[in-house]
Structure formats: structure tokens, C-alpha cells
Design a protein around this ligand. Structure first.
Ligand SMILES: *[C@@H]1O[C@H](CO)[C@@H](O)[C@H](O)[C@H]1NC(C)=O
Ligand SMILES: *[C@@H]1O[C@H](CO)[C@@H](O)[C@H](O)[C@H]1NC(C)=O
Ligand SMILES: *[C@@H]1O[C@H](CO)[C@@H](O)[C@H](O)[C@H]1NC(C)=O
Ligand SMILES: *[C@@H]1O[C@H](CO)[C@@H](O)[C@H](O)[C@H]1NC(C)=O
Ligand SMILES: *[C@@H]1O[C@H](CO)[C@@H](O)[C@H](O)[C@H]1NC(C)=O
Length: 432
């Protein structure tokens, strides 16, 4: 079964799961203005795999550059990219044909380009070397496939990127405690790409993170199918960093770390129609590591289904950081057998050494939880663990209804100001 058929089958499964939670009588909630979150106009564009009408594109087929000769296709891809990028004919189409497999070493498709509209149509399969020494020898590369400094880029086509990350996972310090901790490469990295559209791709078995959006403005990411085993360490699905106006829609993400993580420097990010599991849930953070200053604001996560994840919707910050995480809304979320459905953790510590108490923290305020329903596999379904130094302020819970599987659920709230209009279960008492 091809990835697209599988996508459809999975979406069907998701809708079946959604029907397992028939909750009525939810109060209508005033939605934040859509326009504030990502390029709404562009996301409809992103849903259509066809190229926009206009002059026919100039096609740069990697096979015409010798990519199909077998073996390492890296040089052929770079030669095709060079011509596509600097083509004087607009639009320009960089084509990876269907039904073929290409081995690619770490490489960067860089701009700026002369062509103002470039589509990378990936129909075939791209494979990373499974031999980890490619990365460890010589210059250490932290990415496999990078698109950098390209404006108006569309990447689509229904193809597959396979990171062959197994060697990275078994040698990770999280899996084998006697190994040294080394940062592993990201499979698909977008850096400084404004007006970016990424649509309809499968990204699997990355060494570490699967897709990173960094330093981009106006990015629409849709219909990604991201998979890696639940035990694979640090394999975040989609990671957003230092980017503004980003939308992530209709994605299926099953990995060993956060399905979506949104970190410092990100503003106006909307994630909608996300299936997540297995994985660590949808996270803001971590923020403020190594006493850094972090800022994340105006995030909307809606219409998500989380199945069997270790966290549901999470905000995590390290002690000792500075800055803020504010105006973050989680709404219309279904949870099924999630361990920590709702969690704010201002004492996050993902290090071998324990983290000591610090007198500063990333401030957390204006956090809304609306219409969150489903089941929790742990007893404490809602946790607001806020720091003694900087309390959490303005947490609003409305129509949260979580049930246990044979046990009564509770809410644990420390240093948090919580407002609960209407009925919520479990009930959170504001402890301030
Ligand atoms: C495109 O042309 C510019 C100017 O000649 C050059 O600096 C750039 O490296 C070229 N891009 C690629 C990908 O070859
Ligand atoms: C991996 O690559 C290194 C050198 O780059 C080579 O010595 C080694 O034999 C390769 N291992 C496998 C399993 O191909
Ligand atoms: C962990 O790493 C050590 C050192 O490289 C190796 O000897 C050992 O076999 C590994 N353990 C497992 C379970 O893979
Ligand atoms: C914090 O800094 C240390 C030392 O520079 C580094 O090893 C570690 O990776 C950093 N941690 C994070 C989460 O950035
Ligand atoms: C729920 O998740 C736990 C692990 O968190 C797992 O052991 C258990 O089998 C799951 N239950 C169901 C009904 O899926």
C-alpha cells in the first residue's frame, strides 16, 4: 500500500477514533481570528498539489543530470538544482521522478535564486546513507537535506524521504547509557525560506528530528506523513524555531519524540488537523535551556487527536531561563490513553545531571484549554508545575473533560493561577 493510500486509511482510522468520543453540549467558543495564525490563504493553495495556473514551468529533471545511474546521486541533484534555481524562466520545476530511489549524501539546496517561483516536485524516494560514519567523519553535518535562503519555494509531490536512522538510535545515549551524547542530523531542514509551502510528503526514520522550519516567515506545511518507531530517541516530527506565521495542517505524525515542537523565536503558529501517536505529544518548548532568553507567542493548536502518547499538550521550560510563553490556545483536542494529557512543566530537565533550583524562569501566561476530551492513562491528568520564582498566570480551562480508565483523575497545580469557567473534569483549584 503506497503512502498516500496509507494516509487515507489512517485518516479513516482517526475519524473512527473521533467517533469514540461523542461529547455533545459543548459551549461555542470564540475563536481567535484565523488571520493571526499563518498564511490562511496559502494553506488552501497548499492543499492543491497542482501547480498554479500560468506559464508552463521549465523542468529540471534530476535524471537528465545522471541521477538515475545508480549509486550516489548527490552531484546530479546539486547540478539540477543549480540550473533550476538560476533559471531565467519562471516558474522553475526541480523534478525527482516517480517510482525511483536515489541515494543522497548530506546536501543543501541553497538560494538566493534568480527564479522567483521554484517547485521541488519530489515524486520518487530519497534515501540517506545508513552508515552513520558519513556524518561522524570530517565536517560534522547536522542536517541531511537542507533548503536554505529560497523564497517562494514549494516542496511537494507525494514522494518519500527515508533517513535510515537505525544506527543513530541504537547508538544514542538515551538508548545505550554507555554512549556519548551527540547531536544527530535532521532529515529535512528549511532555513530562511519565506513564503514556503511544503505539501504531501512522507518523511520516515530520521536520525533525529524529521522536519525543521527555522528562521522562516509565512510557511504552510500540510499533509505530511511522518513516521519512526516509538522508541527512536529525539525524533521530533515537525519542529518550528524562530519562525513567524507558520501553519501546520492535516499531518499524521508517529515518532519517538514530540509530534510537533515549537521553540523560541516563534510567533503566530497554528497547528490544525494533527494526528499524533506514538510520541511525546504536542509541545511548546523546551524553552530557556542554559539560562537562555526565550519567547513564544500566539500559538493555536486545534483539532488534534493524540493516541497513546506520553504527553498530550505540553509547555516545558527549564529553570533559570528568561523571557515568556504567552497567548497559547489548545482547543478541540481528543486524547486517547494519553499519560499526561495537559501539562505545564516549568521545571523541565532533560539532562543526565539533575537540575538545581534557580531564581528565574520563562514566564508563562495566557494559556487556554478549550474542549479537550478523552482518556488519561495516568491518575494526574492535569499538571501545572510552575516555578517558585515566576508563577504561571492566566490559565483558562473551559470544557475540559478527561476520564480515567478505572481510576478517578486529579489535577495537580503548583504556583499557577487557574480560571475555570463552567464544568471541567478533573477540577483544578487555583492554588494562588
Ligand atoms: C545563482 O546565481 C548567483 C549569481 O550568479 C550565484 O551567486 C548563486 O550561487 C547561483 N545559485 C546556484 C544555486 O548556483
Ligand atoms: C561505513 O563507512 C566507513 C567509512 O566511511 C567504512 O569504513 C565502513 O566500512 C562502512 N560500514 C559499512 C557497514 O558499510
Ligand atoms: C552499548 O554500547 C557499548 C559500548 O559501545 C557496547 O559495548 C554495548 O554492546 C552496547 N549495548 C547495547 C545494548 O547495545
Ligand atoms: C547547554 O550547554 C551545554 C554546555 O555548553 C551543552 O552541552 C548542552 O547541550 C546545552 N543544552 C541545551 C539543551 O542546549
Ligand atoms: C495505554 O497506554 C499504556 C502505556 O502508557 C499501555 O500500557 C496500555 O496498554 C494502553 N491501553 C490501551 C487500552 O491502549
Amino acid at each position: 500500500m503506497g503512502p498516500r493510500k496509507f494516509l487515507l486509511a489512517t485518516i479513516t482510522t482517526v475519524s473512527v477514533l473521533l467517533h469514540m468520543f461523542p461529547y455533545a453540549n459543548s459551549e461555542p467558543i470564540a475563536l481567535p481570528p484565523e488571520a493571526a495564525y499563518g498564511p490562511a490563504a496559502e494553506s488552501s493553495d497548499a492543499g492543491a498539489p497542482e501547480l498554479s495556473p500560468g506559464p508552463p514551468p521549465m523542468v529540471f529533471d534530476v535524471d537528465d543530470y545522471g541521477a538515475s545511474a545508480g549509486g550516489d546521486a548527490t552531484e546530479a541533484f546539486l547540478a539540477a538544482w543549480k540550473d533550476a534555481c538560476n533559471s531565467s524562466d519562471d516558474p522553475s520545476l526541480f523534478l525527482v521522478p516517480e517510482g525511483k530511489t536515489y541515494l543522497l549524501m548530506p546536501l543543501s539546496f541553497s538560494g538566493p535564486c534568480r527564479a522567483t517561483a521554484i517547485t521541488a516536485m519530489i515524486r520518487g524516494t530519497l534515501e540517506a546513507p545508513s552508515n552513520r560514519s558519513v556524518w561522524l567523519d570530517g565536517d560534522r553535518q547536522e542536517r541531511w537535506i537542507t533548503f536554505e535562503d529560497v523564497d517562494g519555494l514549494h516542496v511537494m509531490g507525494g514522494g518519500t524521504l527515508n533517513g535510515h536512522g537505525q544506527e543513530w538510535w541504537v547508538n544514542s545515549c538515551k538508548v545505550n547509557k554507555s554512549m556519548r551524547c551527540v547531536a544527530g542530523p535532521t532529515a529535512l531542514y528549511f532555513r530562511s525560506c519565506n513564503h514556503l509551502v511544503v505539501d504531501d510528503l512522507e518523511v520516515k526514520d530520521s536520525m533525529q528530528m524529521h522536519v525543521v522550519i527555522a528562521y522562516c516567515w509565512k510557511a504552510a506545511v500540510s499533509r505530511l506523513f511522518v513516521t519512526a518507531p516509538g522508541w527512536s530517541p529525539n525524533t521530533d516530527g515537525i519542529h518550528v524555531s524562530n519562525s513567524r506565521e507558520v501553519s501546520i495542517t492535516n499531518c499524521i505524525i508517529s515518532t519517538g519524540d514530540d509530534c510537533i515542537s515549537i521553540v523560541s523565536g516563534s510567533e503566530c503558529v497554528r497547528a490544525s488537523g494533527i494526528y499524533c501517536g506514538p510520541g511525546h505529544g504536542i509541545s511548546i518548548g523546551s524553552l530557556g535551556a542554559n539560562k537562555s532568553r526565550a519567547h513564544v507567542s500566539d500559538v493555536l493548536v486545534e483539532k488534534a487527536t493524540l493516541v497513546g502518547t506520553t504527553n498530550g499538550v505540553r509547555i516545558k521550560t527549564w529553570q533559570g531561563g528568561e523571557g515568556s510563553a504567552e497567548r497559547i490556545t489548545f482547543q478541540d483536542i481528543k486524547m486517547y490513553n494519553v499519560t499526561n494529557p495537559i501539562i505545564i512543566d516549568q521545571n523541565y530537565c532533560d539532562s543526565k545531571k539533575p537540575c538545581s533550583e534557580q531564581d528565574s524562569a520563562v514566564a508563562i501566561s495566557g494559556i487556554r484549554y478549550n474542549k479537550i476530551h478523552g482518556t488519561s492513562s495516568s491518575k494526574v491528568a492535569v499538571k501545572f508545575i510552575c516555578s517558585n520564582a515566576v508563577h504561571c498566570d492566566g490559565i483558562v480551562m473551559q470544557d475540559v473533560s478527561l476520564v480515567g480508565q478505572g481510576h478517578r483523575l486529579t489535577c495537580s497545580s503548583v504556583n499557577a493561577r487557574v480560571i475555570t469557567p463552567g464544568f471541567n473534569s478533573p477540577y483544578c483549584r487555583s492554588d494562588m
